[in-house]
Design a protein around this ligand. Structure first.
Ligand code: PMP
Length: 405
């Protein structure tokens, strides 16, 4: 198989709109990706054709909707190559998934237990662990980041020890684009008896993930970056570990028996899915995964790399730009600062040319501090971007410079 970008692009209705009288060039997919027709239509079809609450009914619509919801879980299982659907908990997104693990697993922590994170984490993979520092006296340690944006693996080994209980790192940085050696990190964590959580928000979009091959204990991602709807994501957890964990939230669906004096809990994954779940969103995510299944993911990854390489080639020698993250094999994310201009201003000028990029801290303030900046602009590429768009971005950036030179 190969990848036909025009055919894929045609599946995204929003991409034909104009912004500021220019064709939209959407380079903000690392924040949230646009949605293909398959996703839009799956959600509409569910609402129009078969919708009810899940798991509790004996009527036809309830059963059909439950089947569709559980089929979406099976799609996520397949996507991650998890051993069983029991290992897939639907959450609101990666943020909720990490909060779930921190709150539930975190109850077993004692003062002085150590959690190892990295300097390149998104706040979603820092703040829930700070809660445990505040509430349980956990000690947070951070793997440093090298100047080119890699994790300092020697430092990782010196941070691990008998008190390490959890190592939680991103698979791919949402700013630097670095793809971290997570299999090696997981093995090192396991060697000292620690669990591992991998934040796969970006990696799941750009490559194939196999949680069993990685031997990850937890793996999280958000559906909206994977061409699915907002409000849905997944937590993968190994069955035995999930079974050993107390519930995160209480309510309907997560119980076994409730009396006025006692309560017992359902098995995973339902133990962690209190209340009416995001049914339509899960169905939409399932549709996104099925749609992606029809593409050659290796060819998609090669296409995305070509977009990044094209931007680099066009901007070659631009001494008025500094890129954050130049690690070998990095993914298709280009975070940068323009000499003499604030990232926010750069993003606003680019918008005049119809080009959507993000600017700010990208929810990674410690990383900004590490690189001595307060913010950066970021162009992030998705499968629907074209080489012409990469050229348009590079050209608009060069014109933007004249505003500030
Ligand atoms: N981790 C990474 C690496 C991310 O890129 C993001 C989203 N920017 C998150 C976590 C948080 O995802 P969400 O806001 O969808 O929960």
């Amino acid at each position: 198989m190969s990848f036909d970008v025009q055919a894929a692009r045609a599946q995204f209705p929003i991409l034909s709109r104009q912004v500021n009288d220019q064709p939209l060039v959407y380079l903000d997919s690392a924040a949230s990706a646009q949605k293909p027709r398959a996703v839009i239509e799956a959600i509409t079809a569910a609402m129009e054709g078969s919708y009810a609450n899940v798991h509790r009914g004996l009527h036809t619509l309830a059963n059909e909707t439950t089947e569709a919801y559980e089929a979406a879980r099976e799609s996520v299982r397949r996507l991650l190559n998890a051993a069983s659907g029991q290992e897939i908990v639907f959450t609101k997104g990666a943020t909720e998934a990490i909060n779930l693990v921190a709150a539930s697993f975190g109850r077993s922590l004692n003062a002085g237990d150590e959690i190892v994170l990295s300097e390149m984490e998104h706040h979603a993979n820092i703040v829930p662990w700070h809660f445990l520092r505040e509430s349980r006296g956990a000690v947070l340690k951070f793997i440093p980041v090298t100047d080119d944006g890699r994790l300092d693996m020697d430092a990782l080994h010196s941070l691990l020890g008998p008190r390490t209980r959890m190592v939680a790192v991103s698979h791919m940085s949402n700013v630097l684009g670095t793809v971290n050696p997570v299999a090696e990190i997981i093995a090192a964590a396991h060697a000292v008896g620690a669990l591992t959580l991998i934040d796969g928000c970006q990696a799941i979009v750009h490559g194939v993930v196999d949680v069993q091959a990685l031997d990850a204990d937890f793996y999280v991602f958000s559906g909206h970056k994977l061409y699915g709807p907002t409000g849905i994501g997944a937590l993968y957890g190994k069955t035995d570990i999930l079974k050993s964990m107390p519930p995160y939230q209480g309510g309907g669906e997560m119980i076994d028996v409730v009396t006025l004096k006692t309560v017992t809990y359902a098995d995973p994954p339902h133990r962690f899915e209190a209340g009416t779940p995001p049914i339509l969103e899960a169905i939409g995510l399932g549709a996104a995964i099925t749609w992606l299944d029809g593409l050659d993911r290796a060819a998609v990854a090669a296409h995305e790399h070509a977009l990044y390489a094209r931007v680099k080639e066009r901007l070659n020698g631009a001494n008025w730009l500094t890129e954050m993250g130049t690690a070998p094999g990095k993914g298709a994310i280009f975070a940068f600062n323009m000499v003499g201009a604030h990232a926010h201003d750069v993003a606003q000028v680019l918008d005049r040319y119809g080009i959507a990029v993000r600017a700010g801290t990208h929810c990674a303030e410690p990383l900004m501090r590490r690189f001595g900046v307060t913010a950066s602009a970021r162009a992030s590429f998705a499968l629907y971007n074209t080489l012409e768009e990469a050229d348009a971005f590079a050209e608009a950036l060069t014109k933007t410079r004249t505003f500030f030179a």
